[in-house]
Design a protein around this ligand. Structure first.
Ligand SMILES: [Zn+2]
Length: 149
């Protein structure tokens, strides 16, 4: 409960290591365009793919999210605000043509990397006419953030 949200958590590092091992190159802790103080854990900037590894407590995971008993109202409001900020971030990025992938920290790094790799490779190789900037390119282009089970 005392742990604050931070970067470089073990699940983030595990995912980054696995993506790197697969030959993918990306930015870490990347400041999001137009969203002061918000960052993507992993960003494929040319392909416009943002990846977040959400902590189960801070982002209210349905499996492991817990509501602290003391100061319950304060915590409920705090966690609710976090979740709403996540959805706001998703919408903002999607309006800019980004694909947003979110994983829970409890998810397996290998399967998360599978999902990221599939999306990034589908988004194409970048370059002057990056396909990721074309609207309606692929099923992940619009709609809610992709949250894998
Ligand atoms: Zn969880």
């Amino acid at each position: 409960m005392s742990r604050q949200p931070r970067r470089d958590t073990a699940p983030e590092v595990a995912l980054r290591r696995e993506l790197h091992r697969r030959g993918l190159r990306f930015r870490v802790d990347w400041p999001l365009p137009g969203l002061p103080r918000r960052r993507a854990d992993v960003a494929f900037t040319r392909r416009h793919v943002a990846v977040f590894v959400d902590g189960c407590f801070w982002h209210a995971c349905p499996e492991h999210g817990t509501a602290p008993a003391s100061n319950a109202d304060w915590w409920a409001a705090k966690l609710d605000k976090n979740v709403r900020r996540d959805r706001d971030t998703d919408r903002h990025l999607q309006l800019l043509g980004w694909t947003v992938l979110r994983f829970w920290e409890h998810q397996d790094a290998d399967s998360a990397a599978d999902a990221v790799e599939a999306v990034v490779r589908r988004a194409g190789g970048g370059g002057p006419t990056c396909p990721a900037t074309t609207p309606d390119k692929g099923p992940f282009r619009t709609g809610p953030a992709v949250r894998l089970p």
